[in-house]
Design a protein around this ligand. Structure first.
Ligand SMILES: Cc1ncc(COP(=O)(O)O)c(C=O)c1O
Length: 392
């Protein structure tokens, strides 16, 4: 086996899933509020576009950059929703989900030993591709300020070293639920330009924002930033299309060409019929996105009201995404211990904040990507479990 495998770490979710399977094999009844997988169905008009494409024989090798109509739909979407202009011929690529976009961008941008700045806490699946690409992680500690995790340019400046080449930013920010403001992004953009740091901006939760919070692409705040950035996105969350593996990257032509060379070695793009459906999703009616957002808004309220008033527990108000962070520092126990007790003694599975980095210690991530009975039962168990731990 290759030495590079030692760079890989299972994601937090996969490590917890192994524990879940073991507990279930011993007969435990568990409710999971753990995963970031929407339980909503892919809208019908998108499915119909796919079956139409299949019936029309769209089953051969796709254009390795992505089918032209899909790239054009991405360009139109970026202009409509993000006020960003990219040339579909040279500045956009189709990828097999955001996962491959992030991997290929890192492979194209960093050299052996380069450092990649990652806010802490962070979506933990960024770490292994950084290491696979030969990079080193430089964490940017963040903390809760006024009830939300904040990332300031000062935090980046403090963490910066002369080996830092890339910053990965995710807004809305998984796991913490922060939507970075235009003001915060302006400071972050100035940092990147000042320190000659390239930006990979992962905007996969852009459509899921609450209560007057607006998603702003970091690239929309500073023209200079666009020239040193790769935007990564996918249809997984916005259109409940996780299993379709449809995503895209946009960036300056030379960078996109470099990413294309990497992609050509690892994937020949999502299937044509998937790209046709994805193009329909981006270009077709958008009411389904608003309906999903309304559903997540109701679930968010349900989570916040059900977990309100537990001694030692404060809920952070999610500004975007479908995760709520519970600040459990008042329980005076490590977050992983709280998670294990909730699973084994109370039958509910959440993710401990420390799984996303030391900055997440003292928190739990509660997912409301699943609703209905699952959410209601999970919240009942969580309320009872946290209440017991508070008494203890
Ligand atoms: C922040 C973030 N980026 C990327 C992904 C992966 O996206 P995709 O399904 O498009 O590969 C996820 C999935 O949970 C995520 O939370």
């Amino acid at each position: 086996m290759a030495d590079r495998l030692s760079a890989l770490k299972p994601t937090a979710i996969n490590a917890i899933l192994a524990e879940v399977r073991e507990a279930q094999a011993q007969g435990k009844d568990l409710v999971s509020l753990m995963r970031g997988e929407p339980d909503l169905k892919t809208p019908q008009h998108i499915i119909e576009a796919c079956t139409r494409a299949l019936a029309n024989g769209r089953t051969t090798y796709p254009d390795n950059r992505g089918e032209k109509p899909f790239r054009e739909a991405v360009a139109a979407k970026l202009e409509r929703d993000n006020q960003l202009r990219y040339d579909p011929a040279t500045e956009i690529l189709a990828t097999t989900g955001a996962t491959l976009g992030i991997y290929a961008a890192l492979m194209a941008l960093i050299q052996e030993g380069d450092e990649v700045l990652l806010p802490d806490p962070v979506y933990d699946a960024y770490q292994s591709p950084v290491r696979l690409a030969g990079g080193r992680i430089r964490s940017v500690p963040t903390r809760i300020v006024n009830g939300r995790f904040a990332l300031r340019a000062d935090d980046l400046e403090y963490a910066w070293s002369s080996s830092a080449r890339v910053l990965i930013l995710n807004t809305p920010w998984n796991p913490v639920g922060t939507v970075l403001t235009r003001e915060e992004l302006t400071g972050i953009a100035a940092f990147c330009e000042r320190r000659d740091v390239a930006l990979i901006t992962d905007e996969i939760y852009e459509a899921i924002v609450y209560e007057g919070h607006t998603h702003v692409s970091p690239l929309a705040v500073s023209p200079g930033l666009r020239e040193r950035s790769v935007l990564v996105n996918s249809l997984s969350k916005t259109y409940a299309m996780t299993g379709w593996r449809a995503g895209y990257c946009a960036g300056p032509a030379p960078v996109i060409q470099a990413i294309y060379l990497i992609l050509a070695q690892s994937s020949r793009g999502p299937s044509m019929f998937v790209q046709d459906a994805a193009g329909e999703a981006l270009a077709g009616p958008q009411e389904c996105v608003a309906e999903m957002r309304e559903e997540y808004t109701r679930r968010r309220e349900q989570v916040l009201s059900r977990l309100d008033g537990i001694p030692g527990v404060t809920m952070l108000q999610p500004e975007g995404g479908f995760f709520a962070m519970a600040d459990v520092r008042g329980l005076h126990l490590p977050s992983n211990e709280i998670r294990r007790k909730l699973m084994l003694d109370h039958g509910v599975v959440v993710v401990h904040g420390a799984a996303y980095g030391p900055g997440g210690e003292g928190t739990l991530r509660v997912s409301f990507a699943s609703g209905g009975e699952t959410l209601a039962r999970g919240l009942d168990r969580l309320r009872e479990g946290l209440g017991r731990l508070a008494e203890g």
